[in-house]
Design a protein around this ligand. Structure first.
Ligand code: IPE
Ligand code: IPE
Ligand code: MG
Length: 271
């Protein structure tokens, strides 16, 4: 764990031993979430605030992705799930959608070696069938190349919608009922869970949304059922290590009760 992780040399050239002490308190480090999900919002406004076209904001957003992947990886967080393109984002102007697709393709092509070298396992979640065949092949190639990696699991949500995810899980189960493999009484919460994206990963503990809006925008609906929510005004391209640490500190300060009372939780913790 002491090796340098070079996701973006010069910007995030941080070794674990240099980064952690003093920046994250021991309390926060002892209470890190296993699974963090982020709605990376605010790219367009970031660029527009600077009098630049929105696409510049998306490009700056990619740099923020590199930074946060690097930090999450060094902290030993198990899974990081990033909302990159929603099933509703097709409604944007054609030009912006085309640019986003192009950017996605280029980033996959350019970053995969570095992700692989840093033991990151890439997993694209969403309905990729709507993407061009060129992009689909790139996605499959990138996933295959990193599938045996044992470090951070990086889920990138692309053409993803929380409702789609639940519907596709139910559809798979319905097919099993139809074929007689299971009966309808086996269509339980646990069964649905097993057919959702990210079914083998830890539950989402912390969900962050940048960009100042207070909504979920059809991101992971089922998986975030008990996630702690952190909303920040910071626009995604400005979300840096310090901002991430701040969100982790907020997470560490929360009491997760899962339906119990505060005193019950204290009793359990005292055991
Ligand atoms: C998030 O930033 C990135 C995508 C949805 C692709 P936006 O593009 O939504 O930025 P704002 O919200 O318009 O500022
Ligand atoms: C959510 O951002 C989707 C992504 C971050 C990819 P949007 O900017 O599309 O969300 P809404 O439409 O404002 O809720
Ligand atoms: Mg937005």
């Amino acid at each position: 764990m002491s090796s340098t992780i070079d996701f973006e040399p010069g910007v995030t050239e941080l070794s674990t031993s240099e980064t952690l002490p003093g920046q994250l308190s021991e309390v926060v480090r002892q209470s890190l979430p296993k699974h963090v999900a982020i709605i990376m919002d605010g790219n367009g406004r970031w660029a527009q605030n600077k009098g630049m076209p929105r696409v510049i904001g998306h490009k700056a957003g990619v740099k923020a992705v590199r930074r946060i992947v690097s930090v999450a990886s060094q902290l030993g967080i198990e899974s990081l799930t990033l909302f990159a393109f929603s099933s509703e984002n097709w409604r944007r102007p054609d030009k912006e959608v085309t640019l986003l697709m192009e950017l996605f393709f280029n980033v996959l092509q350019r970053e995969i070696k570095r992700l692989d070298k840093n033991q990151v396992k890439l997993n694209i979640i969403g309905d990729i069938s709507r993407f061009s065949s060129r992009l689909q092949s790139q996605i499959i190639k990138a996933q295959e190349q990193t599938q045996h990696n044992t470090g951070l699991v990086l889920n990138v949500a692309a053409n993803y919608g929380g409702r789609w995810d639940i519907a596709q899980a139910v559809q798979k189960l319905a097919e099993k009922v139809e074929s007689g493999e299971i009966n309808s009484s086996q269509l339980t919460e646990a069964a649905i869970n097993q057919h959702l994206c990210m079914q083998n990963q830890s539950e989402v503990d912390l969900m962050i949304r940048t960009g100042g809006d207070y909504r979920i925008s059809n991101f992971i609906l089922w998986q975030a059922a008990y996630a702690e929510l952190v909303f920040t005004e910071t626009l995604w391209p400005d979300f840096d290590e310090k901002a991430f640490h701040h969100s982790l500190a907020i997470f560490a300060s929360r009491q997760r009760r899962f339906g119990l009372t505060g005193s019950q939780i204290e009793e359990i913790q005292a055991l």
